[in-house]
Design a protein around this ligand. Structure first.
Ligand code: URA
Ligand code: URA
Length: 219
């Protein structure tokens, strides 16, 4: 108890000293951002375009923020931009992207009806897996995107999106096929389209998962 009081006193003293120094430098007002301050997707994209929170900004050609309907009921979350995405600044435009587009169309949507983004906004060199430090640096952008869009259903594709949104490192085979809760939003984990290109036998399982999503969205 005494230790806590001493620590508090010390904190108050250093804040006073800090403010006194600011005052001596001519600064008279402090602006505190209200806790409820909510950025728009455009503001967030602007932040991402100048982001230097991890070293991937050095090798990226373009950050890939996300694409689609800002009021989408359905959001797809992948892993990270690949070569084509890095070139074009848009998510899922390469081979895996073509497959994702076909899945979206088979569900009765157009690409522009839904929203598509990734855990990482910048391309890892040689398409290696995202590093934990990169995910830590970047995940706030994804969580803010989901918070702004407020979809009814989120489909997380592949190990990394599932890990970030479920909050634990899980095996996709174990968690896919049923809805999980993400802050009150229905979360459907499924295989990544790039995995389906290598393992076409798993397409049927993904289609089962997407049918559950369609039922939830009354498609
Ligand atoms: N793979 C991903 O995870 N995201 C993309 O945008 C493209 C390929
Ligand atoms: N392992 C992955 O990393 N992704 C998948 O989609 C399936 C297995």
């Amino acid at each position: 108890m005494k230790e806590m009081k001493d620590e508090l006193k010390q904190i108050i003293r250093s804040v006073k000293m800090y403010m006194e120094t600011e005052r001596l430098c001519g600064i008279e007002d402090f602006f505190v951002q209200p806790l409820s301050y909510q950025r728009t997707l455009e503001q967030l994209e602007q932040e991402v375009s100048g982001c230097r929170q991890c070293p991937l900004y050095k090798s990226r050609k373009n950050p890939v923020f996300g694409q689609g309907n800002q009021k989408a009921q359905l959001v797809f979350v992948g892993e990270a931009p690949g070569r084509d995405e890095d070139e074009q600044g848009q998510p899922f435009v390469g081979r895996a992207g073509e497959l994702l587009t076909r899945i979206i169309q088979a569900m009765g949507f157009k690409r522009q009806d839904v929203y598509i983004c990734n855990v990482l906004k910048c391309r890892p060199p040689e398409n290696r897996n995202p590093l934990p430090t990169e995910i830590f640096a970047c995940r706030g952008y994804l969580l803010a995107q989901l918070d702004i869009i407020k979809p009814k259903v989120i489909c997380c594709m592949g190990k990394f999106a599932c890990h970030v949104l479920l909050g634990e490192d899980v095996s996709i085979s174990k968690v896919r096929g049923k809805f999980h809760d993400y802050n009150g939003v229905k979360l459907m984990p499924t295989f990544h389209p790039a995995y389906l290109l290598r393992n076409p036998g798993a397409k049927g399982l993904v289609w089962q998962d997407m049918q559950k999503v369609m039922t939830e969205l009354k498609k």
